[in-house]
Design a protein around this ligand. Structure first.
Ligand SMILES: [Zn+2]
Length: 146
């Protein structure tokens, strides 16, 4: 089980698809279904942040994904062609292979990044959960001592 309390950094929160406001709960439904890769919870169960604040909210995520994957593949192509002396066709094959491999990651990550840009982090939720977790631990410890 993933950690349910405490604070994580913005990049980690983006990368692991956490809620942008509390960074405690996950945005996407788990387990992951290949037929429905963008299956999100409607809102966060900790802080009630809506994951689709308005229709078409993720339109901008398309550009994030375009820029990210564009640079990613250009850099790989430059390294293989000029660094390793691969032919353009070999590089193209590798890019197609990597494209298929990273497609869903880019898709989900760009959405996560987009909502992290738009929604402000509120550290109180993390504080409250951390406090609750600490209390639960100390109370269970004192119960076992009795
Ligand atoms: Zn939240």
């Amino acid at each position: 089980m993933t950690k349910e309390y405490g604070k994580i950094g913005m990049l980690k929160s983006m990368w692991t698809y956490h809620c942008p406001r509390c960074r405690c709960a996950k945005m996407y439904k788990e387990p992951f279904e290949l037929s429905n890769p963008l299956n999100m919870h409607e809102s966060c169960r900790i802080c009630a942040q809506k994951f689709e604040p308005e229709p078409g909210f993720y339109f901008g995520a398309m550009f994030v994904s375009y820029v990210l994957s564009g640079w990613f593949f250009v850099i790989i192509a430059l390294i293989t062609v000029f660094g390793f002396g691969w032919s353009v066709n070999q590089t193209m094959l590798l890019i197609l292979f990597l494209g298929a491999l990273t497609y869903l990651r880019f898709l989900r990550f760009s959405r996560s990044m987009w909502i992290h840009f738009m929604v402000k982090y509120d550290k109180r939720y993390g504080d409250v959960l951390e406090e609750r977790h600490r209390k639960a631990q100390t109370s269970s410890r004192s119960e076992t001592q009795k």
